[in-house]
Ligand binder design. Sequence first.
Ligand code: KG4
Ligand code: ZN
Length: 345
Amino acid sequence: MNGGDNKDILILAIESSCDETAASVVKNGRYVLSNIISSQIALHTLYGGVVPEIASRKHIENIDSVIQQALKEANVTLDDIDAIGVTYGPGLVGALLVGLAEAKALAFATDKPLVGVHHIEGHISANYIQNVNFEPPYMALVVSGGHTNLVYVSDYGKFEIMGATRDDAAGEAFDKVARVIGMGYPGGPKIEKAARNGNKDAIQFPHVFLEDGSYDFSFSGLKSAVLNYVNKMKMTGQKIVPEDVAASFQYSVIDVLVKKTIKSAKEKGITKIAMAGGVASNSTLREAMKAACDKNGFSLNIPAPILCTDNAAMIGSAAYYEYIAGRRDGLELNAVPNLKLGERI
Ligand code: KG4
Ligand code: ZN
């Protein structure tokens, strides 16, 4: 790393907003030198979902070694790092605070700049890592456990929310339906796997598009429809075929996500689509979006599955673009559990 105008910028990024303790070193916002993820999923599975208090404690236990590993694997020391990026919202407050306190302590001890990152801006930025030539403007479908958004990204860090879920997020719907049909947590990957052996046309669940022209989403009605179906079958002594329920449910979600994404891009007159968030690792959704993009002559960028679910490399990419745009945070930066995308706190 030499001086001069073209010096590489290395970000040490930290992510702890939910049930993954993660740290990463990212070069120039695009090149991942290390990406360490310590998942707590196995632990939370025992309880059927994320237990916030347990998540915070596990983050505390793991964060130091995760950061050490990230530096070691990147073959750098803290001296080589230009700035420390950290997720400060949205997420579980106790979980966020662990990563944030660590990032602040490191920034203070090393006298390096601190850059707070919005978790969803991170998810979207995973696209810059996946494809080093990928640039705004584009339409991003963000589908995670806590969020479902159609976001028009006009430039780095510039977001226009075209639509959002009015109730459950897409990932949340996968998790809840998985519970109803006895598949456990986390539901997404389990539903995807079961759906491969099911018939998507077996059960007619609602495909909820809301009012004409709306880019919002609603998945709670679909969740209730699955619940009602399962109860009705039980009460009439009929056996459900979990694979068919999974496939039919998944089809309802994917159909709406794909159609609304294509429509919103058309409205904005753009032909570049991106996907982000844990649900974007779903291969059936990826295939359906690809087919729709091909049909419309749109290009599609999707991060590899490991960059779709929570990780710190995506936070490092977002932090880089915030850093070069001049964002610097003080040690008073606090966790903001319901932070809005594009909001500066
Ligand atoms: O982005 P993420 O890792 O964490 C949040 O920021 O929420 O997303 C987690 C969500 C969970 O609801 C999980 O069930 C879902 O993403 N998910 C999937 C798949 N893998 C993870 N949903 C559908 N299909 C998958 N293969
Ligand atoms: Zn996430």
